[in-house]
Design a protein around this ligand. Structure first.
Ligand SMILES: [Zn+2]
Ligand SMILES: [Zn+2]
Length: 364
């Protein structure tokens, strides 16, 4: 049985996180209580922290939860096929699962969806985020069991790796033998390397900035064949050389804010190739975006937001197989109460610290 109260870091405004003790509700037939083991953090955590996502305040951030089922109602246990004591990965999206979009399997686009951690404290029972010791699991949650013997900081990578599988494999329909170019070497870019390799890509190229030298090194260790420092190398020429003048089959853009990679992708991709845009640019337009190139080369451009169960399942299988040195991606552990510092480290605002994958651990 869970305790009566949980520690949570509550966001009360932009750049304001407060430590609070909140009551834990008792479970009903179709809900559960999760004891958080680790919460992964990513670029959206920073945007939420800054207030640019316009998420409601006060609320509990944390949308990448890994934890143990502490209490669960009978109906939820049957439907989710999990029980007390199981370790689970929780999907971020809370879709209605009954609208037309959901029934077509595109539940991440559900009109009535809610997203864990973007739900106000005022919506009962309030514990909607993973910056806490305990979290509420609503009836429409989607959870996946994962091996309990994995270190939590590795198991929690189901989230970025799931994105890698969806953005670099499922959305572009990457085939065995393809050449895949990944723009951006952050945790999502590196996860894309792992996923594309797993899907049988023949050649994988990753781009980054001069400051990304360490990340590009990790990219090579995780299976990238070539890395390009776009500040000191002519990326277009390198891609051309590597692909024997043909261009690449698939380009995946996971850079945030930079618009140049989108323009560059049109040049890097082969005729008839596919570009996946998964990095948001803060609403900015792409300068010199020449749509004629799309026509002449018959390029397919696809947007990708979020991850579906199939991507998460592939990520979990791969993590459980323990054959990839995923620990190379994990750079920082933080205590829950240092959430503020964790977010600033992620955003390169802490002198001398360079993070790739990091997570928060609540006190036991
Ligand atoms: Zn995230
Ligand atoms: Zn729906």
């Amino acid at each position: 049985m869970p305790p009566r109260m949980t520690l949570a870091m509550v966001q009360t405004g932009p750049r304001r996180l407060e430590r609070r003790d909140l009551p834990i509700p008792s479970v009903t037939d179709d809900t559960a209580i999760l004891r958080i083991e680790a919460c992964g953090i990513c670029g959206s955590d920073y945007e939420q922290y800054e207030g640019v996502l316009r998420t409601p305040f006060p609320s509990i951030p944390g949308h990448e939860p890994l934890g143990i089922i502490e209490a669960i109602g009978d109906a939820a246990a049957r439907r989710w096929r999990v029980d007390v004591g199981d370790r689970v990965c929780v999907e971020t999206m809370l879709a209605c699962l009954s609208c037309e979009t959901c029934r077509a399997g595109r539940y991440h686009l559900c009109d009535r969806r809610q997203i864990y951690s973007y739900i106000p404290l005022s919506q009962a029972p309030g514990l909607w985020g993973a910056y806490a010791q305990y979290m509420y699991l609503a009836p429409n949650s989607i959870v996946h069991r994962i091996d309990k013997s994995l270190p939590p900081e590795i198991a929690v990578m189901f989230n970025p790796l799931g994105a890698g599988f969806r953005w670099a494999v499922e959305v572009p329909n990457t085939q065995v033998g393809d050449t895949v170019l990944i723009l951006g070497p952050g945790q999502r870019g590196l996860s894309s390397v792992v996923a594309a390799r797993h899907a049988g890509a023949k050649t994988i190229i990753v781009t980054g900035l001069a400051a990304d030298a360490k990340k590009l090194e990790v990219a090579r260790a995780l299976g990238a064949d070539h890395t390009i420092d776009v500040e000191n190398e002519d990326a277009r020429r390198r891609v051309n050389e590597i692909s024997n003048g043909r261009g690449v089959d698939v380009v995946v853009d996971v850079t945030s804010y930079a618009t140049q990679p989108v323009r560059g992708a049109l040049d890097y991709v082969r005729r008839g190739g596919t570009i996946v845009l998964a990095g948001v640019k803060g609403g900015r337009p792409v300068p010199d975006f020449i749509s004629d190139i799309i026509v002449m080369k018959e390029i397919t451009i696809k947007g990708a937001i979020g991850v579906l169960s199939s991507g998460y399942r592939k990520a979990i299988e791969l993590i459980e197989r323990r054959q990839i040195p995923l620990a190379l991606m994990h750079t920082h552990d933080f205590q829950l109460e240092d959430a503020d510092r964790a977010i600033r480290t992620l955003a390169r605002q802490v002198e001398g610290e360079e993070s790739i994958h990091s997570c928060l651990f609540p006190p036991a």
